[in-house]
Design a protein around this ligand. Sequence first.
Ligand code: ARG
Length: 465
Amino acid sequence: MARKQVTWGGRFSAGPAQLMQQFSESVSFDSRLALFDIAGSQAHAAMLAHVGLITARECAAIHKGLEQIRREIEAGEFAWDLALEDVHMNIEHALTLRVPAAAKLHTARSRNDQVATDMRLWFKAACAELRTKLHGAQCALLDVASANAGVLIPGYTHLQRAQPVYLAHHLFAWMEMLARDCERFERVAALANWCPLGSGAIAGTTLPIDREHTARLLGFVDARGRPQVTQNSMDTVADRDLFIEFANACALVGVHFSRMAEDLILWSSSEFGFVDLPDAFCTGSSLMPQKKNPDSCELLRGKSARLQGNLHTLLTLTKGLPLTYNRDLQEDKPPVFDSFDQVAICAEVFAGTVGGLRVNEAACAAAVADPALLATDLADYLVERGVPFREAHHAVGAVVQLAEKRGVALNALETREVKKINAAFAEDWREVFDLKRALAKRSGTGMPGPVQLRRQFARWKKLLK
Ligand code: ARG
């Protein structure tokens, strides 16, 4: 016989079927909200005492009981019961067994505004934690960039060699991506910073509560310490935008890591040979003894699919859902928790992989030595001599074609040959092919020249410390 549900069983003559319990429980995943749930309950109780709905003594008993439960949970000694459905009812039930006043805790509160509060607290903490993890990945990047500050590689467009850049400039492109990800989490945390408590199940309460008081206690305050409470009780219990924003921020981290991972996979292939990935983040083949596979990078690439899937799950979950709360919404947590877990470990694995990277300077130097990478500089040379860029581009195209026909490097052609193509070519035309000089000329903001690179090193050092 199914036991009657204590929390809401009043109007039921029988409890849920075993199968229904198993189907509808969420404590197996929402127990990770426990500490936020306790903090929320303590603030709620304090507010109830503040407005006189419970006595100070009752409030103190509730606080003490919750502290005890917190310690048990932290020690792994708390007995979670699937029959009690979720984290909220597990904790309230345990509290009720110890503290008679616990029967008053749910005054002017519903699990709908309770779970919204727990999640908003969780999002604030989760965003801060992921920012720390991404910061770790950025520090690892800065270290590799510093250790290889003089290394040049070809930059690619269409996966064809395009123009020379410092390896550090490429790594700093990754830094920018991660910096935007950090900012995104900061924005999501700001969106989370509004207190739902007091919205009740859908329509607030008839009791004289003080929402601002609870918000202040829970740290839902603006920069000047003023409480921030949500402004519409129906929206508050129905809204899951924040979940989607968080999953979106995570999905973008995934996309970013997948692109960096792909570069590393290419660079570590024999075809490129620019880098050696650390053994500790690679695996071998059970059949081919010579293989060293870039598995950490491949998984970083693969995890992005999962992170996008989580975002999609949440969009689909909320699409067309009538206002306000529907039990469907319980399914909002697994994708969010999974996105958090995956981004956290991705950032660590990325930092580990990058941290153990060895740059093969000879291979990089050989790849970047092709004078054709400076064909655009040669066009700029003509521009400096008054040739319109379109014409200069065409002339250099003809120079490239001639070199190809001859089977020689671009700068191996005779001066009189290039002069025939465009009269603006002078004796000094080969100076263009000095790589150092070519990079030095790229001195504008955002460009890969050494002056800018020094500025970027200084900037990142300052930002990351
Ligand atoms: N476990 C539920 C969830 O995560 C809590 C809210 C339950 N509310 C309700 N009306 N049954 O969505």
